[in-house]
Design a protein around this ligand. Structure first.
Ligand SMILES: *Cc1c(COP(=O)(O)O)cnc(C)c1O
Length: 360
């Protein structure tokens, strides 16, 4: 088989060991004679799968017992509506930090249901940094405070969390969940689309604190009500069964790698390799403020659009796939999620060096 490294931002690379295990079990899961895809979500086998997935995630993230874990559909984008519908329960006001396209979409959606205030924004600088936050400007009467912990398109991430006191902090962690340890007790709600660091598209993971459940607005559709899904153990309707199965295999794989501390160490090493080279290069340039650099999505540019295009094309020929940046930033983006081995980053850096020598 052709060796390629997939730097796609999402759906993204999965650990090879996970794909092999899925292949092994594809036609016949354990002794059932059928595939997980063909199984009733009410079957004992599937209930064991979803329970194990939850237990593994709880163990990896050290999720406190007063938090519920949900396996839903609809992507992170559905959470943009689900969060306000469920959390606008007192003042119907929320504070949002605008750090890019995904926050912006979340803001637009929340505005339908309540009063949204943008506390800080890096829009003017094309989201090349995380704006500094002044806690004295936060609304103490807000129903929640919303951030996007890693900005997939721009390549930025929060390195410190805002102190929102009693106001629940809500985080879109789609592109950095499980990339490093995170203290869940700092958050009211964490959600993530699976297709970046968890598994295949179609699954959305939600981690929510007990006291925020059960006060949804009257207009909330059942499918958008956290309480409905909590009461049904994520089985109110048919959950994305196969995606949950793969997520379970990914969680197992992370545990085998040594858990989030070990994964974080590898992620830092991979990111450092790439950023150090970019900083030493006289051809490539990083696009974001150094202090806010993402460990998952590394964005960089060449001096001209023509060189950018040539780089992406030539890299693909070498098996370094999907390096084209998002159209709103241009240039390149290397997504180096948990499943990207260090060898992939080494191969990319070698290719960049060769490209620089040829084009300088
Ligand atoms: C990819 C992404 C989304 C959108 O996810 P969907 O599952 O496609 O709805 C939202 N937020 C962030 C941070 C993302 O990276």
């Amino acid at each position: 088989m052709k060796q390629v490294y997939n730097f796609s931002a999402g759906p993204a690379i999965l650990p090879e060991a996970v794909l092999k295990k899925a292949q092994e079990e594809m036609l016949c899961y354990k002794d059932t004679g059928i595939s997980v895809m063909e199984m009733s979500h009410r079957s004992k086998e599937f209930k064991d799968i979803i329970l194990e997935a939850e237990n593994l995630l709880r163990e990896l993230m050290d999720i406190p017992s007063n938090y519920k874990v949900l396996f839903l559909q609809g992507g992170a984008s559905s959470q943009f509506a689900m969060v306000p519908l469920n959390l606008f329960r007192k003042s119907c006001k929320a504070d949002y930090v605008n750090t890019g396209r995904w926050s912006q979409k979340a803001i637009e959606e929340a505005k339908r249901y309540g009063k949204v205030r943008i506390v800080a924004s890096s829009k003017k600088e094309n989201f090349n940094h995380i704006p500094s936050l002044d806690p004295s400007s936060f609304d103490e009467g807000a129903d929640y405070f919303y951030i996007t912990t890693n900005n997939t398109i721009y390549g930025t991430r929060y390195t410190t969390l805002p102190d929102t006191k009693d106001v629940p902090l809500v985080a879109d962690m789609s592109s950095n969940i499980l990339s490093e340890p995170c203290d869940v007790s700092n958050f009211g709600v964490i959600f993530a689309g699976a297709q970046k660091n968890i598994g295949p598209a179609g699954l959305t993971v939600v981690i929510i604190r007990d006291d925020l459940i059960g006060q949804a607005m009257d207009i909330t559709p059942n499918m958008f009500n956290y309480k409905i899904h909590v009461d049904a153990n994520s089985m109110y309707n048919t959950p994305p069964t196969y995606s949950i199965y793969i997520a379970k295999l990914v969680f197992q794989w992370i545990k085998e790698q040594g858990g989030l501390e070990a994964i974080a160490e590898k992620n830092r090493e991979k990111a450092k390799l790439l950023y150090d080279y970019i900083d030493s290069s006289s051809l490539f340039k990083g696009t974001v403020n150094k202090k806010d650099r993402s460990l998952m999505n590394v964005t960089f540019v060449l001096p001209t659009k023509e060189l950018d295009a040539a780089f992406v094309e030539e890299a693909a020929k070498e098996g370094l796939m999907n390096l084209k940046g998002h159209r709103s930033v241009g240039g390149m983006r290397a997504s180096i999620y948990n499943a990207m081995p260090i060898e992939g980053v080494q191969a990319l850096v070698s290719f960049m060096k060769a490209f620089e020598e040829k084009n300088i």
